[in-house]
Ligand binder design. Structure first.
Ligand SMILES: *Cc1c(COP(=O)(O)O)cnc(C)c1O
Length: 386
């Protein structure tokens, strides 16, 4: 029976325990499994290779993304590491020009050493993607909206372009989650998540996922998952399943709050720039509306030059200065020195990650309280002599 996403969040995947009827998936805290005789097992051998709690999380996330196969990892980067391990020396990737700093780091400092290279392009410009795809390119790697400038890439169009040239499209869907955007249905071949963010949703677990439809590619990824070994632990699998049950209600509130805050920032007189694809004035607005069910809850902005961003961070009372995003609590960060410090200053400057850029992960607190907090923090951060 086809369920709508709000029901899938609760009843997707394996939905409880078939053996006892427990409504929750049990935490199979075991590393190994009894074998009845040589070569006779009950479907489970060793928990790096397979674990029922992890399998439940994998099936659930696959169902949500409308994919056939799901794989769970110990972190988003363990997921990315495994996907990048599909490639070989001499292969090249075309990558969005603003992406998660850790994704840039693993490409630049790890896979680069094995001769797997990358070209950075503004993937919101289709002609640039087209021009960057040469014979060596094996895949296009996109975040939409991208981190931290919320640049929107037309996933369907980039998928068409990549496929026409025989390349894969990989989409990191962390910022929107399958509740708001399902890249496989738009033509992507592989979807990646940091489950640490909205899927877990409570800032209490590190996790990653890969979802796809192609059987051959899935077999290779299962092989790599087991061979590399960066798997999600049983307890952490349980925490993600538990978090996902409330993904819908959380995302509705996240998006509503973010919309209010973005509109308020825009007319506040406090900022010189607001990046949020839910604003009509945002260059990504139309594409975002076409391909997703909401604009998400990440907002970036640049304070007007009369304010000191260091003072601003110090003044915040409800909103917490911290790495990460997607939790129920609002978090704020300074991309240039925190999440995107791994990107060399010249590249940061070129793509617009200026030193004054502030990234806000809007939580599900009262929106009025959040606006009041931002307001007092800005007003008390006027630079000396201004
Ligand atoms: C956090 C994040 C990652 C990395 O995930 P971890 O769980 O921290 O390893 C990858 N992509 C995006 C968009 C992220 O926000």
């Amino acid at each position: 029976m086809g369920m709508k996403i709000d029901s899938l969040l609760i009843h997707g995947g394996t939905d409880g325990d078939v053996t006892t009827g427990a409504v929750n998936v049990p935490v199979y805290q075991t590393s190994t499994y009894r074998q009845d005789g040589l070569g006779e097992n009950r479907g489970w051998e060793y928990s790096r290779t397979g674990n029922p709690t992890r399998a439940a999380a994998e099936k659930l996330v696959a169902d949500l993304e409308q994919g056939k196969y799901g794989l769970a990892f110990a972190s988003g980067l363990a997921a990315i590491n495994t996907v990048l391990s599909l490639f070989e020396t001499g292969d090249k990737l075309v990558v969005s020009d603003n992406i998660y700093g850790g994704t840039f780091r693993i490409l630049d400092n790890v896979f680069n050493r094995f001769g797997i290279t990358y070209t950075i392009v503004d993937t919101s410009d289709l002609s640039k993607v087209e021009a960057a795809i040469d014979d060596d390119v094996r895949a296009v790697y996109v975040e939409s909206p991208a981190n931290p400038l919320l640049t929107v890439t037309d996933i369907e169009k980039v998928a068409e372009t990549a496929h026409r040239k025989g390349k894969l499209l990989i989409v990191d869907n962390t910022f929107l989650t399958p509740y708001l955007q399902r890249p496989l249905t738009l033509g992507a071949d592989i979807v990646i998540h940091s489950g640490t963010k909205y899927l877990g949703g409570h800032s209490d677990v590190i996790s990653g996922f890969v979802i796809l439809n192609d059987k051959e590619l899935a077999d290779r990824l299962y092989y790599l998952q087991n061979a590399i070994g960066g798997v999600l632990a049983p307890w952490d699998s349980y925490l993600v399943i538990r978090g996902i049950k409330t993904l819908g209600v959380r995302m509705d509130r996240h998006v509503e709050n973010a919309g209010r805050i973005a509109e308020w920032l825009l007319q506040s007189g406090y900022v010189s720039r607001v990046y949020y694809p839910g604003l009509k004035s945002d260059p990504g607005y139309e594409v975002q509306k076409k391909q997703a069910d909401g604009a998400g809850a990440m907002i970036s902005f640049v304070l007007d030059e009369k304010y000191d961003h260091r003072k601003f961070f110090r003044n915040l009372r409800i909103i917490t200065l911290a790495e990460s995003l997607g939790g129920v609590e609002s978090l704020v960060c300074h991309p240039a020195s925190m999440t995107h410090a791994a990107i060399p200053p010249e590249i940061r400057k070129e793509v617009g990650i200026v030193d004054e850029l502030i990234r806000l992960s809007v939580g599900i607190e009262d929106a009025g309280d959040l606006i009041d907090d931002l307001k007092q923090a800005v007003e008390n951060s006027v630079k000396e002599g201004k």
